[in-house]
Ligand binder design. Sequence first.
Ligand SMILES: [Zn+2]
Length: 116
Amino acid sequence: MHEMALMGDILNLVGTDARKNNIKKVKKVNLIVGDLSNALPDALELAFDVYKRQNIDFLDIHSELIIQKEAAKAVCTICGTEYIPEQKIAVCPMCHIPTGKLISGETFKVDSYEGD
Ligand SMILES: [Zn+2]
């Protein structure tokens, strides 16, 4: 499950930033996960839960992970149709060729976090 590694990276980022800002406990991590980001929200929740129980100094059992999903959207570079692509190679439903340019859905990032 590569979400374990992804979550590890996220917690490294958050932890480094929290230390810099003198935040001792992170209470909430707000994450944006695109539908095409290759990360499964359920698995991320699970990974967060595992890390939470591993005595990481800035997390405790009450720390929360909030996942905001970002829908996939593409626009055809030829006819301009906007549509929901099934995958990263977006095939325009009008032109039937992969002319789509993804405009959202690939995001995977920490939006913000809260703590004190
Ligand atoms: Zn098109």
